[in-house]
Design a protein around this ligand. Structure first.
Ligand code: APR
Length: 321
């Protein structure tokens, strides 16, 4: 992770006028939703309080940050869970160390391990789960300011959340780029090759075509910089299914104003929720689906969510036929 952090932190520097590199400030405002804190500060918030803020629409600019933990219920392994995490199961790819599978230097040396992994993760093999459809409900109800995801499985799009509300911070399979002539292609143009264990090649220059997944050392998508406008605006932050180990994404969790409530839904306490907690943090730990269903119950959205899951899953099953 140090490798990724060091390189990714470099991407937090922007080229200013005249090519001068300057750091981007992840802004944190002074006061916000509940006054400026201090002696009148409400005692610790509960999950019930967070649900009430959403249900009553006291919070209407909800920012969400997610990681691989929201897709494990769909059958996609996350990266770091002991035993089941992807980084514990890469032996078959014969790579020098786990993160190499997302490193350009190794990719140019041997792209096959990445494409074997891509074959497993390619959109179309998995379906969204209740966690994705909870976020879709936030979107449908006009409460979702933006969803920042580290995931490359595309399940947020499949769940029906409009791409304008998404920041796919670590890229996507939806598009691909030739590593030689830099021509861009729709992601589905690579699908047949990837499924047939062939390395996709550019029809023009025969260079290797790589899905637009962000590799270590590559700059994050331009849309990532929407955070500079989004996070100072947010009045509630939800963080689901991530270890918050990878920068610069993890630092976003501290970019909301200091008085904005933050809810972590995860197996365990991670990142700033563990080592730099704030007075209005709430952590709902344990199984992610159970935690989401508890929150949805407190919101009074259980039936609505069940109907949405049934309807959308039926549509996807219909497409499979
Ligand atoms: N219930 C609750 N928590 C879960 C569940 C579950 N069913 N499944 C996984 N989790 C939690 C794990 O305990 C872990 O804290 O989700 C988190 C997933 O963390 P990671 O595996 O590190 O995944 P993520 O945070 O998305 O990784 C970030 O690392 O290598 C890079 O580019 C890669 O985007 C990825 C980034």
């Amino acid at each position: 992770m140090v490798l990724w952090c060091r390189r990714a932190l470099a991407s937090l520097w922007q080229w200013g006028p005249g090519g001068v590199r300057r750091p981007i400030s992840l802004s944190v405002g002074a006061s916000g939703l509940f006054g400026s804190g201090g002696s009148h500060e409400k005692e610790k918030l509960s999950l019930q309080d967070i649900a009430e803020l959403i249900r009553s629409r006291a919070c209407q600019k909800v920012l969400v940050m997610v990681g691989a933990g929201i897709s494990t219920p769909s059958g996609i392994p996350d990266f770091r869970s002991p035993g089941s995490g992807l980084y514990n199961n890469l032996q078959q790819y014969h790579i020098p160390y786990p993160e190499a599978i997302f490193e350009l230097e190794f990719f140019f040396h041997n792209p096959k391990p990445f494409f074997k992994l891509a074959k497993e993760l390619y959109p179309g093999n998995y379906k969204p789960n209740v966690a994705h459809y909870f976020l879709r409900l936030l979107y449908d109800k006009g409460l979702l300011l933006r969803l920042y995801t580290q995931n490359i499985d595309g399940l947020e799009r499949v769940s029906g959340i409009h791409p304008s509300k998404l920041v796919e911070a670590h890229g996507t399979f939806a598009s691909a780029t030739c590593t030689v002539c830099r021509r861009s292609f729709p992601g589905e143009d690579c699908w047949a090759d990837v499924m047939a264990d062939r390395v996709p090649c550019c029809p023009v220059c025969n260079g290797v075509v790589k899905p637009d997944i962000v590799f270590f050392g590559e700059p994050l998508p331009q849309r990532f910089f929407l955070h500079m406008a989004d996070f100072p605006l947010a009045d509630l932050l939800l963080v689901l299914g991530t270890s918050l180990e990878v920068e610069p994404f993890a630092s976003l969790s501290e970019a909301v104003r200091s008085t904005v409530p933050r809810l972590l839904i995860n197996r365990d306490l991670v990142g700033p929720f563990a080592w730099h907690p704030r007075s209005r943090d709430v952590a709902q730990l344990g199984d992610l689906v159970r935690s989401v269903e508890t929150l949805v119950g407190l919101l009074g959205w259980t039936e609505e969510l069940q109907a949405l899951v049934q309807r959308e899953t039926g549509k996807l099953d219909g497409q499979d036929r």
